[in-house]
Design a binder for this molecule. Structure first.
Ligand SMILES: Cc1ncc(COP(=O)(O)O)c(C=O)c1O
Length: 361
């Protein structure tokens, strides 16, 4: 069994006897640049924020988010990680009949099932390099659905939906009265990916999910936010959630991070550089049977040559060298020939690529 979630480092420690501090997690999709020294210094001065409850309506944090993504603060809702908001919008509709674009992040299905809903999948095809055919998706939707879920850029393929296609899908959702949740957890890493935030005022059916976990290297902070102009959804979610689900520490830290332009540029530039470098090296392995799907986010999906090595075997070989990759065989639509890994420090990326090259040569 090697289909661990990227955050399962304790399990790895237990099974393989490798101290978790020594493992390079290529599976968690978190930026390798860490938090900045400036942020650490600033938080030392602000630590006393935990002596108070956070603001009830998080107005200062929402103002910082508004400045970061150019959306009215009234159209922003914050949550304990994007996970809280994904669950909340799914539960907002009773027993939601949901159409999920797959392969997909597994928590969507779990949340829909917990809410007593029905899960249907719109499967992307390998023969089309997992690219979304928006017209086909729009055709597949009908008024019996309550919710559609699209991840953009998509985890695990790292592919993206074009602006024109997003509009076609949203037009259809608007016509049918279907909520369209677009999970943009990885959008900050992307160079040219169309982010749907600018469409929230135009499409009431649009519910955009964002996270501070991956790009800002803060999965332990548990901070995410959502963007929507649908007042009913915002008040419906607010009415049933626990008060203060975002801590005053996360409230203060989040506002600082979103204003740290120098750090934001540094992460974007670093990831863009590594994305290009890793792709160049993977392209060089094409004649060895390696295929990869053009990545837009901070990770890449790779298909291994079937007769040479399986995802399970590559996982085992890599973990013994203290590198944890994601065996993607548990994703719907993928099998034991797919692995995913994110871009870490340059020397670690090279170590992993050397290992892949060795195993397929
Ligand atoms: C596509 C996607 N959405 C949401 C999440 C959850 O992120 P958060 O830490 O903000 O709850 C993840 C985490 O891996 C993810 O991959």
């Amino acid at each position: 069994m090697s289909t661990f979630h990227g955050s399962d480092l304790e399990k790895i420690e237990e099974i393989y006897g490798i101290p978790k501090e020594d493992i390079v997690s290529f599976a968690a999709n978190v930026s390798p640049l860490g938090i900045s020294d400036g942020f650490i210094d600033a938080m030392k001065d602000r630590l006393r924020c935990i002596e108070k409850y956070p603001e009830r309506d998080y107005s200062e944090l929402r103002r910082a988010i508004s400045g970061y993504c150019g959306i009215r603060a009234d159209d922003i809702i914050v949550g304990n990680g994007s996970s809280e908001l994904i669950g909340a919008v799914i539960r907002h509709k009773k027993e939601p009949k949901t159409l999920i674009v797959a392969p997909a992040y597994s928590e969507y299905e779990r949340d829909v099932r917990i809410a007593g809903g029905e899960v249907h999948y719109f499967d992307l095809r390998e023969s089309e390099d997992f690219r979304l055919d928006a017209a086909e998706l729009a055709d597949r939707a009908d008024e019996s659905f309550d919710l559609m879920i699209i991840c953009n850029p998509l985890n695990p393929t790292s592919g993206a939906v074009k602006a024109r296609d997003m509009r076609m899908i949203l037009d259809r959702c608007e016509e049918l009265g279907v909520i369209c949740m677009v999970d943009e957890t990885y959008v900050d890493f992307a160079d040219d990916v169309f982010d749907a935030s600018c469409l929230t005022s135009e499409y009431k059916s649009l519910f955009v999910i964002r996270s501070m976990s991956k790009f800002f290297c803060a999965p332990g902070l548990r901070l995410g936010y959502a963007l929507t102009s649908d007042r009913d959804i915002i008040s419906g979610i607010d009415a049933v959630r626990d008060p203060w689900s975002v801590s005053s520490f996360a409230e203060t830290a989040g506002a600082y991070m979103l204003n740290d332009g120098e750090y934001i540029d540094r992460v974007k530039e670093y990831i863009a550089g590594e994305r290009q470098r890793v792709c160049d090296r993977l392209s060089g392995l094409r004649d060895k049977g390696i295929k990869y799907y053009a990545p837009e986010a901070n990770f890449v999906l790779v298909r291994l040559p079937e007769h040479k090595i399986s995802a399970d075997r590559l996982f085992e070989t890599a973990i013994r060298k203290r590198m944890m990759i994601r065996d993607c065989s548990s994703f719907r639509g993928l099998d034991e020939s797919y692995v995913r890994f994110c871009f870490m420090k340059r020397e670690d990326n090279d170590r992993l690529l050397d290992l892949i090259e060795e195993t397929v040569s």
